[in-house]
Write a protein that binds this ligand. Structure first.
Ligand SMILES: *Cc1c(COP(=O)(O)O)cnc(C)c1O
Length: 346
């Protein structure tokens, strides 16, 4: 099987979508001012403010790890702590970067239901200890859509933010797949963020069809003070910033961000529909965004690997994650489903 064949291991196996590519090509004419002082960066920031219907502060970083880590470090001091879920990317996949960039703010793991934090699980961790010997809880971070493909409803986010207000916690959202959550719910970006009490959003571009790049949106502008210095110090200020920001213009101006996310979600729905009647195959989580998590036999997973399929199994024994992308072909989804059926029935 050639390396060009579409795979489902991650949504970042895909390439760059036409809209982002075209905008980068357009930005590649002549000279422009550097370090974000250019027209593309201004346009991208204005598109975000229009899309979110608010005058938020907008910054750009190279990837999600940097965006999350820097955003979290601006929401707390080193002696504070950050409440997250056990499956949170910040906890499991960022190599300690949030702790590193915050000079030691500890991540505290809260219980989840289908990958989601709840007011009760946040309260449990936030109120567990209130003495001087324990790092003081100061931030909650939610992932939307979650690492297991579930999506927080606006009411759930509102309930969490009410708990945060009561307990003096800032609310951060890791939106590596924020577009997929919007597409699934049919909600406006504003409804899922500041209108529901989110202070800061890291909006992922990579999995949505860009080459690189995350945008950091501060709805609570007071929290953005000196954030530009924090980015620069962390090596996240691109000198040719227009190549980070222009693709956002391409994605946002004609609605491609939502169209691509909707397509990826649709492919995940198709995959789950094609496999859910196979004896021995169980859906591990509700399929809401662009991921399908299947519990199946280890032998069947091995058969799939031998056939050349790539997928992640971080979710535990017999669990496999299949992610769909902006460019996933339905035909390839059908092939995968057919091979899963053959592997289980064979
Ligand atoms: C992909 C991803 C990120 C960003 O990861 P980078 O590799 O640093 O770009 C952040 N959060 C979640 C939930 C992700 O899936």
């Amino acid at each position: 099987m050639s390396e060009q064949t579409q795979q489902f291991a991650s949504d970042n196996y895909s390439g760059i979508c036409p809209e982002a590519w075209a905008a980068m090509a357009q930005a590649n004419h002549g000279h422009e001012r550097a370090y974000g002082d250019d027209q593309w960066t201004a346009r991208a920031a204005d598109h975000f403010r229009a899309l979110f219907e608010t005058d938020c502060e907008v910054f750009f970083a190279f990837n999600g790890t940097a965006a999350n880590s820097l955003a979290l470090s601006s929401l707390c001091q080193s002696y504070h702590s950050v409440i997250c879920s056990e499956t949170a990317h910040v906890e499991t996949d960022e190599c300690g970067a949030p702790e590193f960039f915050s000079n030691g703010s500890k991540l505290l793991i809260a219980r989840t239901e289908a990958g989601k934090l709840t007011p009760a699980s946040i309260r449990e961790i936030a109120l567990k200890r209130q003495d001087i010997h324990y790092p003081k809880p100061r931030v909650v971070t939610l992932t939307q859509a979650t690492e297991v493909g579930s999506v927080y409803r606006p009411e759930e986010i509102k309930a969490i933010s009410a708990t945060c207000k009561e307990l003096g916690l800032n609310l951060h959202m890791d939106g590596a797949r924020f577009a997929n959550a919007c597409a699934f719910l049919g909600c406006s970006p504003a409804e899922l963020t500041w209108k529901a009490g989110v202070d800061v959003l890291c909006f992922g571009g990579t999995k949505n069809g860009m080459a690189v790049g995350d945008a950091i949106l501060f709805f609570n502008r007071d929290l953005a003070v000196d954030f530009d210095y924090r980015c620069k110090q962390a090596g996240q200020l691109a000198s040719k910033m227009r190549f980070l920001s222009a693709p956002w213009v391409g994605l946002l101006e004609g609605g491609a961000w939502l169209k691509h996310a909707g397509h990826a979600n649709h492919c995940a729905q198709l995959l789950s529909a094609l496999v859910k009647d196979i004896p021995g195959v169980e859906l591990m989580f509700p399929v809401e965004a662009n991921g399908v998590f299947l519990q199946m036999s280890e032998q069947a997973l091995e058969v799939l690997r031998i056939k050349g399929w790539r997928f992640y199994t971080f979710i535990g024994s017999g669990g496999a994650r299949f992610m769909c992308s902006w460019d996933t072909e339905e035909e390839r989804v059908r092939e995968l489903a057919g091979d899963i059926r053959a592997a289980m029935e064979g």
